[in-house]
Design a protein around this ligand. Structure first.
Ligand code: GLV
Ligand code: MN
Ligand code: MN
Length: 421
């Protein structure tokens, strides 16, 4: 057992400097702090991150799935490693904290361990996972998904709106697509991780409302995505009488409200969002003939989620029929609901108690790399408050003192887990 875990005190100025420097590497032509996966700014940020990891004292080994893996050697190289990390890509128009706090926070833990002469028994791996945010290919968590064996050859054939294949995008980024698929039988299989803990901003309002600095995640919501195609009939917008129209966009508008209502009726954590409607032909003088609609539902209650899917599909069809419009609905599961490991949850919460830090159990409505790494080993997550519950927007903000508390708890938790059998 390391002798001086009490000395792990995060240095706020260092964290602030890292956050500020990384935030400068962004797409100048996009709103907010944009650094989407595979983009030029992302490429540049990864070079920056690699240097930062090395400077913090890690041996950095990019893996075949595009993850940056930094190793802090422990006393026993044969022991299963501890893993922490998160992501540094952002959504378009996103913020400066989502994912980034987990990677930069892990680097601060590494610096604290080294400065206090604490060597863990196990290697500590700090990972900046490739592309966590859902991208133009409709797939989130590229790096962690690949490690968990949840990326398929069919996924590599997904196309973005320009018709580019995901596999080709990997190749342009300097990664061999077949190596990406094989990543699940690489280091993560050879070195089965011991435990995974991820520090992240909450991205919702609960912690701020309850005035507590730390959330310990109970479960990460499952996500079901829907693509609905409404087929009506294009007609002259000036001449076709209202009663005789088969307007696909009117049917889709009913569906948007139906999606919203499912979320409003959820008994526990459940949300439903329509994010995109594309109407054809899109001329001001033509009644819309075809509309494509993208929506998703999330919940930490898998029973509610599957029942809500059925109710939603049924109601959308009925309301479309009433408009004389046909509808075809396709579902895809982005990820299933993933409860945190009770043992890791217990270690995080008892460590917080021992440090005198107030905490609350919270569900995660956002998805995380932890969902996929949970296939490899027991997983837990630590949340820090988000101002006003805002995230995925330029105003996203978490206070430095909360981030520092989260980093201290992450460090002490990793030390505790290092000793766990
Ligand atoms: C990622 O942030 C997600 O929850 O979609
Ligand atoms: Mn995130
Ligand atoms: Mn995000």
């Amino acid at each position: 057992m390391p002798s001086k875990p009490d000395k792990l005190t995060a240095v706020p100025e260092r964290i602030e400097a890292d956050l500020t420097e990384l935030s400068r590497i962004r797409d100048p032509d996009s709103n907010g702090w944009t650094r989407t996966v595979f983009s030029e700014p992302y490429q540049a940020s990864r070079a920056w991150m690699r240097t930062r990891m090395t400077n913090a004292g890690l041996d950095v080994h990019p893996d075949s799935a595009g993850n940056l893996v930094g190793v802090l050697p422990g006393r026993n190289p044969a022991a299963r490693p501890l893993v922490t990390g998160s992501h540094t890509d952002t959504v378009r128009g996103g913020g400066r904290f989502d994912g980034i706090v987990g990677v930069l926070g892990a680097l601060e833990v590494v610096r604290q361990l080294i400065e206090n002469d604490i060597q863990l028994e196990r290697d500590l791996l700090v990972i900046d996972f490739l592309g966590e945010e859902s991208n133009g290919f409709g797939l989130s968590c590229l790096g962690s998904r690949a490690l968990a064996g949840e990326l398929s050859a069919a996924d590599l054939d997904r196309k973005d709106h320009r018709g580019t294949r995901l596999g080709d995008r990997y190749a342009d980024f300097g990664l061999d697509p077949s190596d990406v698929l094989a990543a699940c039988s690489g280091w993560a299989t050879a070195r089965r991780p011991h435990r995974y803990v991820e520090l992240h901003i909450e991205q919702g309002p609960l912690l701020e409302e309850r005035n507590v600095p730390i959330g310990v995640v109970t479960a990460i919501a499952g996500i079901e995505r829907m693509l609905a195609t409404f087929t009506g009939r294009p007609d002259h917008a000036g001449t076709m009488p209202m009663a005789d129209r088969r307007d696909a966009l009117v049917a889709a508008a009913e569906a948007v409200l139906t999606v919203r209502q499912q979320g409003c009726d959820a008994p526990v954590h459940g949300v439903a969002t329509t994010s995109r409607l594309v109407s054809e032909p899109g001329s001001p003088n033509v009644v819309p003939g075809v509309v494509r609609m993208q929506a998703e539902m999330r919940s930490v209650d898998p029973g509610w989620l599957s029942a809500a899917q059925l109710r939603l599909a049924e109601e959308i069809k009925l309301k479309a029929e009433a408009c004389g419009v046909g509808v075809d609905i396709e579902w895809s599961t982005d990820n299933e609901c993933r409860p945190a490991s009770p043992a890791v949850h217990e270690t995080i919460s008892s460590t917080a108690d021992a440090m005198g830090i107030a905490w609350e159990p919270v569900p995660s409505g956002a998805t995380h790399d932890a969902v996929h790494i949970a296939r490899l080993c027991p997983m837990g997550m630590i949340f820090v408050p988000s101002r006003g519950g805002r995230s995925h927007c330029p105003e996203e903000w978490s206070d430095l003192n909360h981030i520092a508390t989260g980093i201290q708890l992450l460090g002490r938790t990793l030390v505790e887990l290092d000793g766990a059998p």
